[in-house]
Write a protein that binds this ligand. Structure first.
Ligand SMILES: Cc1cc2nc3c(=O)[nH]c(=O)nc-3n(C[C@H](O)[C@H](O)[C@H](O)COP(=O)(O)OP(=O)(O)OC[C@H]3O[C@@H](n4cnc5c(N)ncnc54)[C@H](O)[C@@H]3O)c2cc1C
Length: 502
């Protein structure tokens, strides 16, 4: 008889576990609290505008790469890669502008025109970018390569040790030109602590066509996977919130839903928030020192990236706007308890499927302290008032770049960490990763990710139970979290003595 697996949650990790589970002869069932698949990889519609939750970059859009092959196994591709001209444009009201083009000749001449005094550094920068391009399918090899394939690119990484020491912020200091010094730290989604090599790996994967934007956004991508899962015979129950994981003699044996119904299975996989799984669904029974440390709450003053997202549906043609814009402000502005000297936004004029004809979406991503909205959320009126205030302020600031914008705004929608918690069941919005290191771009997180260290797939003393998704990877990316679904099924196959097939 087929062994059965229950999967809690249909995020990337949950869907991938379901798909590989079905392909390997298991009987799998997903219980998903939301009414849609995909978890964070989702989007929603307001008056014809599509607001996308998570995507900036999707890796694995180029057919001859390992990541594409992985997405193919999951039924997620093909999807159209909508081309963009630049990674980001940075501007200020004094007429300064810096466009980080994908065309390297254009980038070089633009940067040199902007700052002839930085000529030598620009040569070094362009040379460094080109060296990243010399490795075919770098992201694929790093993430999906065999030991020997990985070993073959070690000399490249050794030759780049000098670049490894830089973050976006520290590299920016090398520029003499004031606007380059100011803008460069923020070009990768306003994450100045991002290691430079991480940015260059991502940026060059756009040039090769491996990374990009899938037409239609995140939900379409997740739905492709959910449809494929169902084609393989998998079952998803939506609006089914799991509240308990049942155990028998320290073996995970089933789940209990909010309405009290219980279901049993041979294996249980949680793609849900790790803290909730460990502390609530399992009543904190399977802990040791390491698990306790991973479950520590994020401190109140922890600054969370993308913790407030302002979506604007505007009746204006945005097709000639850059796809991502860093707008430096004339003076620092307080928004949601955080002081900003710039606004970072995605402008969806480049994907016509994101808005009705002749209209477009602007998505402004802000940072706040973890505690800011959590406190306000206790008082619904105060929470709504703060959201309105933020929306108004953002529109006012954008007016400088887009005169007359306010009159064109047809829809304003604002997501906070509480919105994510409400829809995804996390304990800190979308930050469903252990509190191992302070932030996502911490070099130790990236090293753990590359070398597969410190991953928490299991819990001490609990058999037949596995985690997938961000709790395992400590990282935010679709393919890495989907990959944990494959890893878990490989582990279950090994446990059952069955040969894993892709
Ligand atoms: C703002 C933002 C931008 C991002 N940008 C990118 C990007 O550009 N490129 C990229 O590759 N990645 C990006 N990411 C990261 C990526 O979206 C996530 O890392 C990935 O989607 C997480 O997948 P997951 O497997 O951890 O599951 P999640 O997406 O966290 O899904 C978990 C699922 O479990 C369900 N669930 C939770 N609790 C229960 C319960 N008790 N019962 C039943 N179901 C439950 C939830 O409803 C959800 O569907 C971004 C993330 C964010 C937040």
């Amino acid at each position: 008889m087929k062994k059965s697996i229950i999967i809690i949650g249909s995020g990337m990790g949950g869907l991938a576990a379901g798909i590989y589970g079905q392909s390997n002869g298991f009987k799998t069932t997903i219980f998903e609290a939301h009414h849609l698949p995909g978890g964070q990889c989702t989007s929603w519609k307001r008056k014809g505008y599509v607001f996308d939750a998570c995507l900036h970059t999707l890796n694995g859009l180029k057919p001859d790469t390992k990541t594409y092959a992985f997405w193919q196994e999951l039924g997620a591709v093909p999807c159209e890669n909508v081309k963009r001209n630049e990674f980001v444009s940075a501007i200020d009201s004094g007429g300064n502008n810096f466009h980080h083009y994908f065309d390297l000749e254009k980038l070089e001449s633009h940067m040199k025109q902007l700052s002839p005094e930085d000529g030598k550094l620009i040569d070094e920068y362009i040379k460094c970018i080109k060296s990243f391009l010399s490795i075919n399918d770098m992201l694929g090899i790093t993430n999906f390569g065999t030991f020997w394939e990985k070993l073959r690119i070690v000399p490249f990484f050794l030759s780049k040790l000098k670049q490894f020491q830089y973050t976006m912020a520290t590299y920016a200091k090398k520029f003499k030109h004031p606007f380059l010094r100011k803008a460069f730290p923020y070009i990768r989604n306003s994450l100045p602590d991002m290691p430079l090599f991480g940015y260059l790996a991502e940026y060059t994967s756009y040039i090769t066509g491996d990374s990009g934007w899938p037409r239609g956004g995140g939900l379409m991508f997740s739905k492709n996977m959910a449809d494929y899962y169902k084609q393989l015979g998998g079952v998803i129950h939506y609006k089914k919130n799991v509240v308990k994981i049942l155990t028998e003699n320290n073996r995970a044996s089933g789940v209990e839903l909010e309405d009290g119904t219980q279901f049993t299975a041979d294996y249980i996989i949680s793609n849900a928030d790790g803290r909730k799984t460990i502390l609530e669904m399992l009543d904190g029974k399977y802990m040791n020192k390491k698990v306790a440390r991973y479950c520590e709450p994020f401190p109140d003053n922890f600054e969370v990236a993308f913790s407030v997202i302002v979506y604007l549906g505007v009746k204006r043609d945005l097709s000639s706007c850059p796809s991502a814009l860093l707008q430096f402000l004339d003076q620092p502005e307080e928004i949601g308890g955080h002081c900003f000297d710039h606004l970072h936004m995605q402008i969806f004029g480049f994907d016509t499927s994101m808005a009705p004809a002749g209209k477009g979406v602007i998505k402004v991503e802000l940072f706040t302290k973890a505690s800011h909205f959590a406190r306000l959320y206790q008082d619904k009126a105060a929470y709504q008032a703060e959201k309105n205030k933020i929306g108004n302020k953002v529109i006012n600031l954008l007016e400088k770049q887009f005169p007359g914008l306010r009159a064109d705004v047809e829809v304003v929608d604002i997501a906070t960490l509480n919105t994510w918690e409400r829809y995804m069941g996390g304990t800190l919005g979308h930050n469903n990763f252990p509190y191992k290191y302070k932030n996502l771009t911490d070099i130790r997180n990236i090293m753990d990710f590359i070398f597969g260290l410190n991953k928490m797939f299991n819990l001490p003393g609990l058999k037949n139970f596995y985690f997938t998704g961000q709790w395992v990877t400590s990282m935010g990316s679709l393919f890495s979290n989907a990959l944990t679904g494959k890893n878990v099924i490989q582990k279950i196959c090994k446990h059952c003595g069955v040969k894993f097939v892709k």
